[in-house]
Design a protein around this ligand. Sequence first.
Ligand code: CAA
Length: 306
Amino acid sequence: MSSLVAHGIRTVGVLGAGQMGTGIALVSALRAKVPVLLYDRSTEQINKGLALMDKLLEKDVNKGRIESIHAKEARDRVTVVSQEDGIKGFRDVDMVIEAVSENLKLKQSIFSSFAAELRPDAILASNTSSISISKIAASAVPQNISPASEEGKKTASRVVGLHFFNPVPVMKLVEIISALQTSQDTLDRARSFAAACGKTVTTSKDVPGFVSNALLMPFINEAIMCLEKGTATRDDIDTTLKLGMNHPMGPLQLADFIGLDTCLAIQKTLYEGTSDSKYRPSILLERMVDAGWYGKKNGKGFYEYN
Ligand code: CAA
């Protein structure tokens, strides 16, 4: 059976053209071979995303991984939604994937608009790294409908967590998160779509940080605390993990790569969601974000970037 038949997703919408959204749009067009509608409220971000996509496709062609005709076909599958249309531009998609920053209020307002503007059978997926999918699903239910009613439950049953990893074209995993409300059909189709994008899928319950960040963030935080306490230098901490444990990046470099603001947002979600002191963000991380040092994305984190 072809992947198209299995997941039944003929068109996908991607909201957010940052690193994650661009990567998700690319693997959807290139691997799952579905038409993609891409929207971001910033035209500048869209242009950056398209330029990154072109660069990655060109690299794949130059390395002989894909033929130029397939790169062109993939690129042609990606259409930008106009600023005028915004979320309304997703009205006919079978699935939308939200990939905006880790901000609960923003995500809630987006999912409420998704439910209002998209087809009633469209899957509504979030690429959140830690925010409760059950909470996001509840925001898809219109305010005049009870979340406990049949209609409310049906609306929320289409919401699922579809957590990709950065860089999306390289990382082989998608973590799927089932909200309390998510239906089996939504889960099955989301899983099948992620597989068609070339990813191995794991499933996590809807707990703060899911499996990935409930494990990764305390590790990163502990490394920052080591630096804060003067246990070792930045380079010695990272080298220890890279060479001693064969990690592709040390934890401080990885924190920069993910974004220090994103790490802090996830750590706060973990700490607030569990009240467990093991998740309390380090003061150094808080201060670096206070200082506006967000890591690789804006040039300064534990390392400097040009
Ligand atoms: N976008 C797309 N491709 C990228 C990329 C990017 N931002 N950065 C690197 N790559 C590609 C390179 O182009 C290169 O591809 P080719 O093999 O086709 O040449 C490949 O990745 C390897 O890159 P490099 O040779 O330049 O460098 P490297 O060998 O050090 O690998 C890395 C880079 C893949 C990023 C590697 O260091 C790595 O795996 N790091 C860990 C990444 C990780 O843990 N990501 C998960 C973060 S957590 C997350 O995303 C979720 C969350 O909730 C916080």
